[in-house]
Design a protein around this ligand. Structure first.
Ligand SMILES: C[S@@+](CC[C@H](N)C(=O)[O-])C[C@H]1O[C@@H](n2cnc3c(N)ncnc32)[C@H](O)[C@@H]1O
Length: 331
């Protein structure tokens, strides 16, 4: 059997950046600050893509960090598609509508069906690269990305009846990235729990939940057999009053300084627990203050697709999730 010789693939263009971060416009300033704080240089900003030089690795404010970027000149649509297919199979095209040719290239790539995840389920394991056209004749590609979802956004089979609000999606996303979730009978603390979206997630998994809030939880959640509610100040709760816990979750609305102290306390008080905590950021983000979270051993931070102007702090037993930023950055 003979094979036709494959035409040679084009050589990548020279680039002066190491990482590309996809960021929502509302968080671009915070991302730029973060990258500068990490000692990286912003080389260019093209729409929602921020190109940075210096190995900062995953950035907390990025929706997705492209970790192995390369650029190619675009001689033809066929050549671009061939180049992508030669690198790997699975690609997500980012913002293809900018250029008609991008859609034509995408049409020549294998179709990927992004099936909604039925929680709890591990994230997809197949590598998913990202590519985009940054000019009519310039393609940027990265076979390695920080998140296993298209543009970093997981799709879920949503539950429109059980939870009292949509905040449950934030905890689903955090637990999916953590690749772990509480099991039956595990003790979970949910700080700032009302009206009960997170408590609902934990209780559905069969965990025993102590839900603390000044406000009441929805009766259907508060009344569950594996949920105990406590009305009052969540900052006044300590390990002596809760007893041992395997999970500490907090979605409290409070100043980041107070949440930093809270994270320090629970990471020390429950050294083996998995800690997941929302860091609410008001207005301009203080990059120095955010950096202080990394002083907690094992700390990671990520902007989840379900997050608003806030980050999610992780301190997990296995040091993950890899999708979240840590300090110092990965080599
Ligand atoms: C974003 S909401 C939590 C939503 C919740 N995770 C859910 O899934 O339904 C923040 C909560 O923090 C509570 N909160 C703020 N400060 C508090 C404090 N010092 N002590 C207790 N609860 C507090 C508020 O009452 C509010 O219910």
């Amino acid at each position: 059997m003979t094979h036709d010789a494959l035409p040679e693939l084009p050589a990548p263009l020279a680039i002066d950046y190491d990482t590309v971060h996809v960021v929502e416009p509302a968080h671009q300033a915070a991302l730029v600050d973060e990258l500068q704080h990490r000692g990286t240089r912003i080389v260019a900003i093209e729409g929602d893509l921020v190109m940075a030089a210096g190995r900062a690795g995953v950035a907390a404010w990025a929706a997705n960090s492209w970790l192995a970027p390369a650029e190619y000149g675009l001689a033809s649509i066929n050549e671009a598609a061939r180049t992508l297919k030669a690198i790997q199979r699975n690609w997500h095209g980012h913002h293809l509508a900018h250029f008609r040719r991008a859609e034509l290239i995408a049409a020549k790539l294998p179709t990927i069906r992004f099936r909604p995840l039925a929680f709890p389920a591990p994230p997809p394991t197949a590598p998913l690269g990202a590519w985009s056209l940054v000019a009519r004749d310039r393609m940027i590609v990265s076979p390695v990305c920080s998140r296993p979802f298209a543009d970093g956004q997981p799709l879920f089979v949503e539950d429109r009846h059980g939870p009292p609000n949509r905040a449950y999606l934030k905890l689903w996303e955090a637990l999916i990235l953590a690749r772990r979730w509480p099991g039956v009978g595990q003790r979970c603390l949910d700080l700032g729990a009302s009206p009960g979206g997170w408590t609902w997630v934990l209780a559905e998994l069969g965990a025993d939940v102590l839900a603390v809030d000044r406000a009441a939880l929805a009766p259907a959640i508060a009344g569950r057999a594996n949920v105990v509610t406590q009305a009052g100040d969540a900052f006044a709760i300590d390990i002596e009053s809760t007893g041992p816990v395997e999970w500490v979750c907090s979605d409290l609305i409070a100043y980041p300084e107070r949440l930093l102290a809270l994270a320090h306390y629970w990471c020390r008080a429950a050294p083996l627990a998995n800690v997941i905590l929302t860091v609410k950021c008001q207005g301009t983000v203080d990059a120095g203050l955010i950096a202080a979270f990394y002083e907690i051993p094992g700390a990671r931070l990520a902007h989840l697709s379900a997050n608003k102007h806030e980050l999610t702090f992780f301190r997990l037993a296995d040091g993950g999730p890899a999708e979240a930023a840590r300090w110092p950055a990965e080599a």
